[in-house]
Write a protein that binds this ligand. Structure first.
Ligand SMILES: Cc1ncc(COP(=O)(O)O)c(C=O)c1O
Length: 444
């Protein structure tokens, strides 16, 4: 295990993370064959001159990544393909860029009394200020009025949508939209209608026409790194859409969860139509979803109603989680981790382009989700089923379609446990793309 010693001496970042990376490397490049037993933790800590806690955390991380498997009473073994199960690229998760360390440390500092109370109504002053700083990372600056600290993005947009609309109302949205929003609309009896879009996002002229003709109450939009299509609305379209919203008194529910993925932030709609926009941010895609911390900015005249409603819908995150977010914001850790996440996703995006043979237009934001067009001989459903047999779970376009389906599938690039597994799975998908589906399973 001398090479582990080298990676511990020479690498950067916490020792346990470097050790888990070295295990991953050895398991991926074949230095350690599947089924090989790793040394007992105490023995390895002695050999490497690190604490046993470091080895335990490294083995835990390697287990979570699927690189090793612990068998009670027997030890820890390099995972075999049959141990690993499929790689789930259906859920948009942030890539592991080491955020676990900062979170674990912040969690270990929590005092019991942080759990003894509720979060103050709308969030404490410090948490709201941390939220303002976080939203600035995505370009949302000088927001009108106080923020509301929410239990993530879903809580925030549900609150905004219920304040901005009532049952029976029409909400416009992109032709392919976030499933959580579509489920919300269905469950609460809001009608949805797709705004025609192209590879730059929704078309302003079409938005203007729909506003004039159908008198929608609101529009739910993701202008940057739209989920699932990855399109980013250029500034001139943003201006035109904000203008139509003001003219027709349509409330914009701007889901800005992916705004921090832009290297140079674009002005969000809320900065262009502050009296008509609810703006939503969350740490779920840039840091971790498990904290359940998000932020909602409201048009000032609707802030009180939104705050009452968010309280009714769940009261916001646990205070301890809001405190962790605020502490990591104040220390600069979140800004640093967001930068790392953006870089990692951009790297994964380039890899996906190379392996899958896509050539997206230059200058777009590298989204953590990848909207893959399929050749004519594949339907999305057949491709998803074939991908599953290759050990990779992906989503068909129908999961996001508002009205018309499309020959695409969505891959959540951040959800792969590491780059090597992502590459292996992308290559398996590229293999499928190259040939029509096999007909051998056909019924006769
Ligand atoms: C566009 C969009 N909005 C909101 C959410 C929900 O975010 P949260 O986990 O913060 O509730 C997601 C999660 O996938 C999303 O993609």
């Amino acid at each position: 295990m001398t090479y582990w010693n080298d990676s511990l001496k020479n690498g950067s970042g916490p020792a346990y993370h470097r050790l888990a990376d070295a295990i991953n490397q050895a398991a991926t490049d074949g230095t350690l064959l599947p089924g090989t037993r790793l040394p007992p933790q105490r023995e390895l800590s002695f050999q490497l001159g690190v604490s046993i806690g470091t080895v335990t955390r490294a083995y835990d991380l390697a287990t979570r990544r699927g690189d090793v498997r612990a068998i009670v009473g027997k030890g820890t073994f390099v995972a075999k393909p049959s141990d690993k199960g499929p790689t789930n690229l259906r859920i948009n998760l942030p890539a592991d860029v080491g955020q676990g360390v900062e979170l674990a440390e912040a969690l270990s500092r929590r005092a019991a009394d942080e759990f003894l109370s509720y979060i103050p109504f709308g969030g404490s002053q410090a948490d709201q200020e941390a939220g303002q700083c976080y939203l600035k990372l995505g370009g949302a600056d000088n927001l009108p009025g106080d923020l509301i600290v929410t239990a993530g993005g879903q809580h925030a947009f549900t609150t905004a949508s219920m304040v901005a609309t009532k049952p029976g109302d029409l909400i416009l949205c992109e032709p392919f939209s976030f499933g959580g929003f579509l489920d919300f609309a269905k469950a609460t009896d809001r009608r949805v209608m797709a705004i025609p879009a192209d590879n730059k996002g929704i078309k302003p002229a079409a938005f203007e026409q729909l506003c004039a003709k159908h008198r929608p109450a609101a529009a739910f939009l993701m202008p940057t790194a739209q989920n699932p299509t990855g399109t980013t609305l250029p500034p001139n379209r943003r201006k035109a859409i904000a203008k139509s919203a003001i003219t027709h008194n349509v409330m914009l529910i701007e889901d800005g969860l992916y705004d921090p993925f832009a290297e140079t932030p674009l002005a969000p709609l809320i900065t262009l139509a502050p009296e008509h926009t609810f703006y939503i941010g969350s740490l779920s895609k840039t840091l971790v979803p498990g904290l359940r911390v998000g932020y909602l900015s409201c048009p000032p005249k609707m802030r009180d109603a939104a705050n009452d409603l968010q309280h009714l819908l769940g009261m916001g995150p646990p205070q301890a989680m809001a405190n962790i977010a605020t502490e990591l914001m104040e220390s600069g850790a979140i800004a640093r981790l967001v930068g790392k996440q953006r870089k990692e996703i951009s790297w994964r995006h380039t890899l996906a382009n190379e392996v899958l043979g896509q050539h997206p237009a230059k200058g777009i934001v590298a989204a953590p989700h990848y909207w893959l067009p399929l050749p004519k001989f594949w339907t999305p459903e057949a491709f998803v089923a074939a991908a599953e047999t290759e050990g990779v779970l992906i989503s068909p376009a129908s999961h996001f379609a508002v009205q018309t389906p499309s020959a695409h599938v969505r891959l959540a690039l951040g959800a792969a446990p590491n780059r090597a597994i992502l590459e292996e799975k992308l290559k398996a998908l590229a293999g499928l793309l190259a040939h029509p589906p096999s007909r051998t399973g056909r019924s006769v």
